[in-house]
Design a protein around this ligand. Structure first.
Ligand SMILES: Cc1cc2nc3c(=O)[nH]c(=O)nc-3n(C[C@H](O)[C@H](O)[C@H](O)COP(=O)(O)OP(=O)(O)OC[C@H]3O[C@@H](n4cnc5c(N)ncnc54)[C@H](O)[C@@H]3O)c2cc1C
Length: 517
């Protein structure tokens, strides 16, 4: 988190506190009973709901489409992996990335909940076609140089003021890039990164990290973090979450001055304010309609934002035949290419079980959803064989295969939002701005982190949306608008009065002239 972001958060916290004190003293907003509905029980929606319950006495309710769980793209799939500790069953988000790890609010909450965390390092790089394998300091040197390439590439695009993709910018940068590290290695590692695999990822918006750092995992699973938010702490009441409530329409009822939320089961709910915390894939598919329709620039922002695919496989064996102390493996080969099984996480390191996670990004991720388990198993064995030796790998039986299907999941319809070539800050300014008087937005896609959306972004967006509601942002805006209208009306009336006075004095003068004649 940058200094500016830090400052912004502290200002937000301080002003939120001041606002609460003001409200208590003046007995206004905070003690007016209001109904707030949060649509979507992912991390952003849950954080927004908890924050509102903490800071206001509004009645807050979360409507979640799924019948069996909340959490959205945080999915610790314990059902398919019984007796799992947590981290080994993550089919959605798994790590808090190294930039977010420096961010007090999310890390502070994890610390307050006393959840056990672990860093993801260290890592090994395998380039079997070059007969190369790198480890320890070599890996840090390679990734640090990869960051140098990325920073140089995007800086040039930013100074040229004409957006191109990160991929194109990096290709151009690599042509003349001087390094003690073999360009083949740099290029191979660069091509495993999601912001290069998503070929139209904006170089102008992208913010590469300043330095290489390890990510953080919650060993007992990200769902334990969510469960704690839902349960509340220090005497807080648990969040009210209604599962199986697929919202299909959000409609303004001007007569009642309320919003009607229509649900697929034929029921509806009324609220004074709505926080919409749905994923960008759901908005893009237009499966939730707004009545009246939202302003044009909101739809344009949603349409223009990139939607990237990513899936995971969790694969288990009789024994762990890979380096068990290493956190993750990067591989580039004839089979492991274009985002297919190039990044692996070693779960043995956290839970002492012979399990690996394979990540798939880009078009390969959506194609994976049509592949039979046997095909995936065979491909995984080929890639693992290239890394650890075919003989060693084939001696082991596969005992587990679990996989995600985020692109065909009707509640998600994609994996990440990302900044596409031509996007600029206006998109996120639009997506996080409330549409007064009733609609507020949360969701990782509403926060620009300069890269694909993250749990950190979801967390921040939930805090921000709750603050927008509790601080009476729309009320203030409506007041300002009314005052502005009143001012214009007064100006018009004064103008009319002056004209009338002028006209009357003219008529008077004419009458006097006539009389004199
Ligand atoms: C495979 C994968 C790996 C990832 N890895 C990481 C990682 O390691 N680190 C990281 O920081 N981020 C990661 N992410 C991204 C991260 O998971 C998301 O950014 C974050 O969880 C989004 O939270 P959210 O609340 O904004 O949205 P979501 O989690 O998508 O929540 C939206 C909720 O809305 C519900 N919903 C949808 N439609 C309706 C409807 N019509 N009515 C009612 N409810 C509805 C959904 O069921 C869902 O619960 C990963 C994502 C994927 C897919």
């Amino acid at each position: 988190m940058t200094l500016a972001m830090n400052l912004e958060f502290h200002l937000l916290a301080v002003s939120s506190l001041l606002f609460m004190v003001y409200c208590k003293e003046n007995n206004t907003n905070t003690y007016v009973s209001k109904e707030v509905i949060v649509i979507g029980g992912g991390l952003s929606g849950l954080v927004a709901a908890r924050e509102l319950m903490k800071n206001t006495n509004y009645t807050v309710r979360v409507l979640e489409g799924r019948t069996d769980r909340y959490g959205g793209r945080v999915w610790t799939n314990r059902k398919s992996l019984p007796r799992s500790r947590g981290v080994e069953a993550e089919l959605g988000a798994m790590v808090i990335n190294s930039i977010a790890c420096k961010d007090p609010p999310i890390m502070q909450m994890i610390a307050d909940f006393e959840l056990q965390t672990n860093l993801t390092g260290d890592m090994k790089i395998y380039l079997p076609d070059e007969n190369l394998h790198l480890e320890g300091e070599q890996v840090i040197d390679v990734y640090s140089e990869v960051l140098n390439v990325l920073r140089n590439a995007v800086d040039k695009v930013k100074s040229n003021k004409k957006d191109i993709s990160v991929k194109k910018a990096v290709d151009m940068e690599l042509e003349n890039f001087k390094s003690k590290i073999d360009k083949k290695i740099l290029s191979a590692v660069l091509n495993t990164l999601p912001n290069i695999i998503f070929e139209d990822f904006s170089a102008t918006v992208y913010k590469p990290e300043n330095e290489f750092g390890w990510d953080t995992v919650i060993v007992d699973g990200l769902d334990t973090f969510l469960d704690r938010i839902v349960a509340g702490s220090d005497g807080e009441l648990p969040l009210k979450i209604e599962l199986g409530k697929v919202v299909h329409q959000i409609k303004l009822d001007p007569k009642r001055q309320k919003v009607v939320v229509r649900i697929k089961d034929g029921t509806q709910r009324y609220a004074d304010a709505i926080i919409v915390a749905l994923p960008v894939g759901v908005f893009k598919s237009k499966s939730v309609l707004f009545e009246p329709p939202l302003p044009k620039n909101w739809y344009q922002a949603i349409n223009n934002l990139g939607l990237g695919y990513s899936n995971k496989i969790i694969i288990g064996f009789d024994t762990a035949f890979w380096p068990v102390d290493t956190g993750s493996f990067t591989v580039s080969s004839k089979t492991a290419k274009d985002g297919f099984l190039q990044l692996w996480t070693n779960l043995y390191r956290y839970v002492k079980k012979p399990l690996l996670v394979g990540n798939i990004f880009g078009n390969q991720a959506s194609q994976l959803e049509n592949m039979a388990d046997d095909v995936i198993k065979e491909k995984a064995l080929i890639v693992l064989g290239e890394m650890f030796g075919n003989d060693v790998v084939r001696r082991n039986n596969i005992t587990v295969l679990i996989r995600s299907n985020w692109s065909t999941d009707p509640m998600i319809k994609g994996s990440f939002s990302y900044p596409k070539v031509g996007n600029n800050q206006l998109i996120w300014d639009t997506l996080k701005d409330p549409i007064c008087p009733f609609l507020y937005f949360a969701g990782s896609h509403t926060e620009s982190e300069g890269h694909i959306d993250t749990i950190h972004g979801a967390f921040k967006s939930g805090l921000r949306a709750a603050y927008q509601v509790s601080s009476g942002l729309c009320k203030m805006r409506t007041q300002q608008e009314n005052e502005a209208k009143l001012k214009t009306q007064k100006q018009k009336e004064t103008k009319k009065e002056k004209k009338f006075e002028k006209d009357t004095s003219k008529t008077k003068a004419k009458t006097i002239q006539k009389d004199e004649l």
